[in-house]
Design a protein around this ligand. Structure first.
Ligand SMILES: Nc1ncnc2c1ncn2[C@@H]1O[C@H](COP(=O)(O)OP(=O)(O)OP(=O)(O)O)[C@@H](O)[C@H]1O
Ligand SMILES: [Mg+2]
Length: 201
């Protein structure tokens, strides 16, 4: 569960958003849309704990979050707009790293479903941007964290594959999470039963 109350963010004099409030319950999600530069990524970075220069209140799983609480202790997994993988680890090691129970069968099955199974022995610099994005998504899902922040997670996947992936995610993962999902894509919005929050400039 994630609740934001009167979140306000400035970069210097520039107001990015003001008094933004919303709540996402367990086992459901919220799509976030809005024009480029309206503050979608900034919002996710604040919730995840990577930006503490804001005002307002954040509740995660019913507990008020102090700004000092580190990202890894927030029960949140995030897929950044620009994928962040550890370059010194193989794809498989990247995926296994955050898993509490190293269930390699689950890892391999998810890799197959996200069409990254053939990349497991490669290193991040040997895979494409779109592949890295899906590895980053798989890593977030395998972490077992209950709250998921997704910044355009399937922005580089063709429509047909996207439909297959979304169908799988909906049944196996996203239905047991609390998801904030940034996207501009009508296919994605149409395929999950989440509400839509539109941000403005
Ligand atoms: N580190 C920063 N310093 C100053 N301004 C910033 C910084 N990061 C982002 N901004 C500004 O904050 C605003 C919101 O940026 P943000 O990345 O959150 O937008 P977005 O909605 O995710 O856009 P996009 O759809 O293009 O990803 C933009 O006007 C951007 O220029
Ligand atoms: Mg963004």
């Amino acid at each position: 569960m994630i609740r934001a109350t009167k979140l306000t963010k400035f970069y210097d004099e520039q107001q990015i958003f003001k008094d933004m409030s919303f709540e996402v319950g367990e086992n459901t999600g919220l799509f976030i849309t809005g024009p480029s530069g309206c503050g979608k990524t900034t919002l996710l970075r604040i919730l995840a704990g990577f930006d503490t220069d804001y005002s307002g209140q954040i509740l995660i799983d019913g507990t008020e979050i102090q700004k000092e609480l580190e990202p890894r202790n927030r029960n949140i997994a995030i897929v950044f707009q620009e994928p962040t993988l550890w370059n010194h680890m193989s794809v498989e090691q990247n995926l296994a790293y955050g898993m509490k129970k190293k269930n390699m069968q689950e890892l391999k099955l998810l890799a197959e479903k996200l069409q990254i199974a053939e990349l497991l022995k490669k290193y991040p610099e040997e895979i494409s941007g779109g592949q890295a994005k899906r590895v980053s998504l798989a890593r977030a899902l395998l972490s077992g964290k209950k709250n998921l922040l997704l910044d355009e997670p399937l922005s580089n996947v063709d429509p047909k594959t996207k439909e297959i992936i979304l169908d799988f995610l909906k049944q196996e993962y996203l239905d047991k999470k609390c998801v904030l999902y940034i996207t501009h894509d009508k296919d994605e919005i149409g395929s999950l039963p989440f509400e839509v929050m539109e941000m403005r400039i």
